[in-house]
Design a protein around this ligand. Structure first.
Ligand code: FE2
Length: 329
C-alpha cells in the first residue's frame, strides 16, 4: 500500500481489494494474487513492478510436471522469492528455489513452476509486449464469475496479459540450484566490491538483460550514508528487501523497512541513511554499476595514484553513477 508519494509498503495489502487480480489453476482454485506496484515506462517498459503471491499448488498435482510452462519472445523477468519455496523448471533443469533467491528469465528460456508453499513473488519486467484486452476480460470475469469458464470470453484475450507463450510440460532432470545460471543469490554474486559500511553485489548483469539494465544489491551497515548528485538524471526504483533505511526524497524524510518499494523521480534530490543491516536493490538498473566498479577496482589496484577526485568524477559520469558521496554517520 502506498504510504506517501514515494513509499509503497508491500507488507500492507491495498485498501481497494479490486486492485488485486487473480489467476486460477486448472481445477479452479486461485493460483496467484497479482497487484500492480509501479507501471512500465518508455520504449523498454522499465520500472514495471508487480507484487504477486503464488499460491501453493493444490494436493494431487504431479510435481514432476511443470505447471503453466511457457516462454517469452521478447520480455525479461526478474523475480524476488520473498517467502516459501518452489520447484523451478528451466531449460531442461528442475531446481529447488527458496526465500532469498532471485530468478532471472531471458527471452526464449522455457520456464515453469511448482509452488511447494505460498510464495511472495515480486517481479520486475522489461521489453514485454502487453495486451490491454486482458485486463478488461479479467474485470468481466471478476464481476460476472458465472462467465469465468466461457471459452468465448477467454478467446477475447487469447494471448493473456503479456507475451507469454505456452509450452508442453518439459522433460527435466533435477540439478543443484547453484548450477542454474537463472537463479541468483546474495551468497554467490557475480562480483562483490567492499566499501566502508557498504558492499556492492552484482546480481544480474547488463548482458543478461539484452544490454538494457542491470541489478545490484547494496548491503548496508547501520550508520552508512549516501548522498546523490544535486539533480540526479536517472529515476530510481529501490527495493528494501530487508532491513531499515531512512530516505530523503525532495524535502520528504521517511523510513522504509523490509519489503518496501521507494520511487525516486528524475531530478529529485535524494539521500539515505541505513538504520539497520539492509539489503537494498535498485530495480530500474540504468546506472552502469558493474562496469563502474570493475574500472574503479582496477585503477585502485594497478594505478592508485591516478585515483584522484577528477578520475573518480569522470568514471562516475561515464557510467551514469549518481552518488556524490558516501560515509558513516
Ligand atoms: Fe514468465
Amino acid at each position: 500500500m502506498a504510504i506517501n508519494d514515494y513509499l509503497i509498503d508491500l507488507k500492507i495489502p491495498p485498501a481497494d481489494p479490486s486492485a488485486i487480480g487473480h489467476n486460477r489453476f486448472p481445477n479452479g482454485e486461485v493460483s496467484s494474487d497479482v497487484r500492480p506496484v509501479t507501471p512500465a515506462e518508455g520504449e523498454h517498459g522499465l520500472y514495471w513492478c508487480l507484487d504477486t503471491l503464488m499460491h501453493k499448488n493444490p494436493a494431487g498435482m504431479d510435481a514432476s510436471k511443470t505447471q503453466g510452462s511457457h516462454y517469452h519472445r521478447r520480455g525479461y523477468e526478474t523475480f524476488f522469492v520473498d517467502s516459501g519455496s518452489l520447484w523451478l523448471f528451466i531449460n531442461g533443469q528442475k531446481v529447488f528455489c527458496k526465500q532469498g533467491d532471485i530468478v532471472h528469465f531471458q527471452p526464449g528460456q522455457s520456464q515453469g513452476f511448482f509452488f511447494l508453499e505460498d510464495v511472495k513473488w515480486r517481479g520486475t519486467y522489461h521489453d514485454f509486449e502487453v495486451y490491454p484486452d486482458y485486463k478488461d476480460v479479467m474485470k468481466l470475469k471478476r464481476l460476472m464469475p458465472e462467465l469465468a469458464d466461457d471459452p468465448a470470453l477467454a478467446g477475447l484475450a487469447p494471448l493473456g496479459m503479456m507475451d507469454s507463450n505456452p509450452m508442453e510440460p518439459f522433460l527435466t532432470e533435477e540439478a543443484p540450484v547453484e548450477s542454474c545460471s537463472a537463479v541468483k543469490n546474495l551468497a554467490r554474486p557475480h562480483a562483490k566490491y567492499e566499501f566502508p559500511g557498504c558492499t556492492m553485489n552484482v546480481m544480474v548483469e547488463r548482458w543478461e538483460n539484452g544490454g538494457t539494465k542491470e541489478l545490484e544489491c547494496a548491503v548496508l551497515e547501520p550508520g552508512f550514508t549516501a548522498e546523490w548528485v544535486r539533480y540526479p538524471e536517472i529515476k530510481e526504483l529501490f527495493y528494501v528487501r530487508s532491513g531499515k533505511v531512512k530516505f530523503k526524497i525532495y524535502n520528504e524524510e521517511f523510513t522504509a523497512d523490509s519489503e518496501c518499494v521507494v520511487v525516486a523521480p528524475k531530478f529529485a534530490p535524494r539521500s539515505i541513511e541505513a538504520l539497520e543491516h539492509t539489503e537494498l536493490y535498485e530495480l530500474g538498473g540504468q546506472a552502469w554499476w558493474s562496469l563502474f566498479l570493475q574500472n574503479y577496482a582496477s585503477i585502485k589496484k594497478y594505478d592508485p595514484a591516478r585515483l584522484t577526485p577528477e578520475t573518480l568524477a569522470a568514471l562516475k559520469k561515464k557510467f551514469h553513477v549518481q552518488i556524490e558521496k558516501i560515509g558513516m554517520k
